[in-house]
Design a binder for this molecule. Structure first.
Ligand code: FES
Length: 84
């Protein structure tokens, strides 16, 4: 699991780094579009609107979301991280 997950609120995207590098995942719930929150202790994302739960990889664990959170491409360009 990632050790630190950061929400870029303006962009509604989470970015994190693990052994494989940087990752970006959409924070927009696939149910009705609320912004999900990272639950550090549980290591999962929780949607505040209807309780949808997603794994750290964005897969649906439970609740109404019909599909996984969108995984976004990430590219490290010098010291800038480009997402999307
Ligand atoms: Fe996320 Fe409904 S909008 S569970």
């Amino acid at each position: 699991p990632p050790d630190s997950v950061t929400l870029l609120a303006d962009h509604r995207v989470f970015v994190f780094r693990d052994a494989e590098g940087f990752h970006a995942i959409s924070a927009v719930c696939t149910h009705l579009g609320c912004v999900v929150a990272w639950q550090e202790a549980a290591g999962e994302f929780l949607c505040p609107c209807h309780g949808g739960r997603f794994s750290a990889e964005g897969q649906v664990i439970s609740g109404p979301p019909p599909k996984p959170l969108e995984i976004l491409p990430v590219e490290l360009d010098g010291d800038q991280l480009r997402v999307g």
